[in-house]
Every structure is written in C-alpha cells, then in structure tokens.
Design a protein around this ligand. Structure first.
Ligand SMILES: Nc1ncnc2c1ncn2[C@@H]1O[C@H](COP(=O)(O)OP(=O)(O)OP(=O)(O)O)[C@@H](O)[C@H]1O
Ligand SMILES: [Mg+2]
Length: 209
C-alpha cells in the first residue's frame, strides 16, 4: 500500500507572501522530482471554484457572516474529495494555499462568529484531514498592505478594512500559540529567499521533504 502523502497548508493575512512562497516551492519540488499537487482554498476544483467566485465577488456585499462561513465549509468538503484525498492516497505531497485556519482566523475571530461555531461547522467539512504542517507566514496587515499598495477593488474581503485585518492577524497569532506542534510560525518580514530557506528547513525537520 502506498504511504499516505503529507498535507501542508500555507496561512497568513492577505498579502503576507503565500503565493510568492508557493511558486518557489513549486519550482523546488519539480526540480527535485517530488510528486506533489498545488491547490487552493476556497476553490481548487470545478464546484469549489464556483463557490469561491460567490464568496469573493464584490457583488455579494450583503452576504451574511453565517452564509459565508457555511460556504467556506461547503467548498472545503468538496475540495477535499475532489483533490486532496486522492492525491494523499497516491502518496503525493499536497500543498494548499489556505485551509481551515483561514476559516478560524477570518470567520471565528475577525467576523466574531466564535471558535466553537466555526469548529463545529468544520468538523463536518474536514473529514479528519488536519494538515501535517501548517506554515503561518507572520506579517502584520499593515506591512502586507504597504507592499500591495492598497486594497484590490474587486475583492470583497480586502475591502473589509484594516480593523478587520488586524483581527485576522490576532486570530492567526492565537491559533499559532494554541497549536504550536502543527502551526509553524515563519517570519514574513524577511526577503522571499530567506523565507523560502526557512520553509525548506522546516519541511525537512517535519519529514515532509
Ligand atoms: N518577502 C517579501 N518581501 C517583499 N515583498 C514580498 C515578499 N513576499 C511577497 N512580496 C510581495 O508582496 C505582494 C503580496 O505577495 P503574495 O501575493 O505572495 O501574497 P499572498 O499572501 O499570496 O496574498 P493574497 O492573500 O492576496 O493571496 C506581492 O507584490 C509580492 O511580490
Ligand atoms: Mg495569494
């Protein structure tokens, strides 16, 4: 039987550098012949990408917080069946741009729906797939927004304002403190190459590479 692959997720505030690191990691894994898939949440498959469009559209400003939380969970369970589960069973490394900690940071902490409610919804959605390693790129929203030079006008979540993003950051900080064995904090203030070196060191330490 093939050994189950490792499941790695990247988390952090908008603009903290996740996509930059994922691209570098993708090149590294390809060069080193390591079987892997890259995917993202919300999205990563036909149905879950359609849910992503509803969630992120600037046209849906009247969406309730509860609807938002349930749509994220719905997208997650579909994405697990479509992409994550099969790849892990084939022994591949699965790298996912955002996962359950985004729901906890954004919906539980920043929207104020509470850890209990979001955990409960996600206990259905996760199908027992907790990441082996979660990399939290630790960068404050102030620093991230300075890099991005302001909010993307088409992104409903980015338009929610700095106070919201500060609560997201505080949420990630609390999650990282609560689960230090799973969630590894990497300093997002360094250069992309320095951060990438830290990512590789960590993944080797955690037996993922
Ligand atoms: N370590 C870094 N130092 C300086 N600039 C960086 C660094 N990492 C990324 N950037 C720049 O910051 C911006 C945001 O980075 P990136 O898109 O990787 O973040 P993200 O976490 O994927 O954002 P989002 O949450 O919006 O998807 C980009 O312009 C990128 O080039
Ligand atoms: Mg990104």
């Amino acid at each position: 039987m093939t050994k189950r692959g490792k499941f790695i997720t990247f988390e952090g505030c908008d603009g903290c550098g996740k996509s930059t690191q994922l691209k570098m990691l993708s090149d590294y894994l390809t060069q080193n012949g390591i079987a892997h898939i890259f995917t993202r949440e919300p999205g990563g498959g036909k149905i879950s990408e359609a849910i992503r469009d509803i969630l992120l559209s600037g046209k849906n400003m009247e969406m309730t917080d509860e609807c938002e939380a349930l749509l994220y969970a719905a997208s997650r369970v579909q994405h697990l069946s479509d992409r994550v589960e099969p790849a892990l069973q084939e022994g591949k490394l699965v790298i996912c741009d955002r996962y359950v900690d985004s729901s906890l940071a954004y919906q539980a902490y920043a929207r104020g729906l509470g850890y209990e409610f979001i955990s409960q919804i996600n206990s259905f959605a996760l199908k027992n797939y907790l990441p082996d390693v979660t990399i939290f790129i630790d960068l404050t929203p102030e620093a991230a927004f300075a890099r991005k030079k302001g909010a993307d006008q088409n992104d409903r979540l980015e338009l929610a304002g700095m106070e919201f993003h500060k609560r997201v950051y505080a949420g990630y900080d609390a999650l990282a403190k609560a689960e230090p064995n799973r969630i590894a904090r990497i300093d997002g203030n360094k250069t992309p190459q320095e951060i990438f070196n830290d990512v590789i060191t960590l993944l080797k330490e955690r037996d993922c590479l």
